[in-house]
Design a protein around this ligand. Structure first.
Ligand SMILES: Nc1nc2c(ncn2[C@@H]2O[C@H](COP(=O)(O)OP(=O)(O)OP(=O)(O)O)[C@@H](O)[C@H]2O)c(=O)[nH]1
Ligand SMILES: [Mg+2]
Length: 220
């Protein structure tokens, strides 16, 4: 897959101020510092499209990007992380309202990724978020991030442990490293399967296989 263009459409503090992208949208959710903005940059192969930081709480708004690829156009939405201790209760409530509003009301939303750091334990926050998404009829998939931070043996163990903790109610977690680019092809495929299900069915039928036979993205 080729990335033809990626641009910032808008950054807004609530859904009422976020313009329509006219595209199917995919949201990136998860604890602060888990790597949401970095994953967006990895996917679009732009180092500084979404702002990242080693200090939690970098993303404060709903940030909408439009990405043009040779598979089609898609909207990607970066959200502020939760679970950051250094914010006041009212600020936290404001963020939660912003995210929930977007997730519950945005017609264009077709998929939400819930990110999980490979070095941390799965927690009830993530389980509740996935359950809540299912209640809103928003498909959710787990993305395990930062796998380059562990050596192969530890990484394999950690992924196995997380798979057990997560259970199999929400599909297989996608194992990634934004730093190395690992797993990003699977993330893209999942985006397009949800954004354009009919189109992918046609591709699959034409190649007489399952969606597995859709060509994987390549580096440009
Ligand atoms: N080694 C490595 N570091 C990563 C990876 N992904 C993110 N990071 C680092 O983790 C830190 C946080 O990344 P962000 O992408 O800003 O995290 P975020 O989830 O957007 O954080 P908030 O906006 O605060 O919610 C940064 O220092 C990134 O460089 C990865 O795949 N590998
Ligand atoms: Mg961020």
């Amino acid at each position: 897959m080729k990335i033809l263009d990626a641009e910032l459409i808008a950054s807004a503090p609530d859904i009422g101020m976020l313009p329509a992208s006219g595209l199917p949208e995919v949201a990136f959710l998860g604890r602060s510092n888990v790597g949401k903005s970095s994953l967006l940059n990895g996917l679009t192969r732009r180092k500084k499209l979404a702002r990242t930081s080693s200090t939690p709480g970098k993303t404060r708004d709903l940030v909408l990007f439009k990405v043009r690829t040779d598979w089609g156009e898609i909207g990607l939405v970066d959200l502020p992380g939760y679970g950051w201790a250094k914010v006041s209760r009212s600020e936290r409530a404001g963020w939660q309202r912003m995210a929930e509003d977007y997730l519950a009301k945005r017609e264009a939303l077709c998929l939400a990724f819930v990110l999980q750091d490979v070095r941390r334990n799965w927690s009830e926050d993530e389980s509740l978020l996935l359950e809540w998404l299912a209640e809103q009829d928003v498909p959710g998939r787990v993305v395990i991030t930062k796998t380059d931070k562990l050596k192969l043996m530890k990484r394999t163990e950690a992924v196995k442990r997380l798979r057990k903790e997560i259970g199999d109610g929400f599909g297989k977690p996608i194992v990634t490293s934004s730093e190395k680019g690992d797993g990003l092809d699977v993330v893209w495929k999942t985006c397009f399967e949800n954004a354009y299900p009919d189109r992918l069915k046609k591709v699959s039928a034409a190649t007489a296989g399952s969606p597995e036979s859709v060509p994987a993205p390549e580096d440009d």
